[in-house]
Ligand binder design. Structure first.
Ligand code: 5GP
Ligand code: ZN
Length: 111
């Protein structure tokens, strides 16, 4: 989708601070980080949210990439992996993304 910011980062049309990319998954640093490590992990194809993902293999690839990146980013004390879905969760970019957050303690429950 040419009007989707994350599709444009995946394709390289817009430069992102990439930390990982393969044939199905791209990960890049959030432009407005909420923690010392804040990486977004997205499918290379445009999927609006996890609610419409419906692809077990791609789901597994996204999660495996997130766990690997947590390791390479040195998040041995823990991390948070979250995908905001729809308006109540505050999803602002309608291209599925996991937030990988780490490098500081997080409160629970989230606001
Ligand atoms: P959401 O609110 O949908 O869960 O998360 C969207 C995230 O995308 C936000 O954390 C926001 O900072 C990030 N974001 C929005 N536009 C861009 C961009 O152009 N580049 C990068 N790297 N992150 C973006
Ligand atoms: Zn997209």
């Amino acid at each position: 989708m040419t009007d989707c910011i994350f599709c444009r980062i995946v394709s390289g049309e817009i430069k992102g601070d990439l930390v990982y990319q393969d044939e199905s998954v791209t990960a890049f640093r959030d432009v407005n980080p909420q923690a010392p490590v804040h990486v977004l992990i997205v499918p290379n194809t445009h999927i609006a949210s996890i609610a419409t993902l419906g692809d077990a293999e791609l789901s597994q690839r996204l999660l495996a990439a997130a766990v690997r990146i947590a390791e390479t980013e040195g998040l041995s004390h823990g991390f948070r992996l979250v995908t905001n879905t729809g308006p109540d969760a505050g999803q602002s970019v309608p291209h599925l993304h996991w937030h990988l957050l780490g490098g500081r303690p997080f409160g629970w429950p989230p606001g």
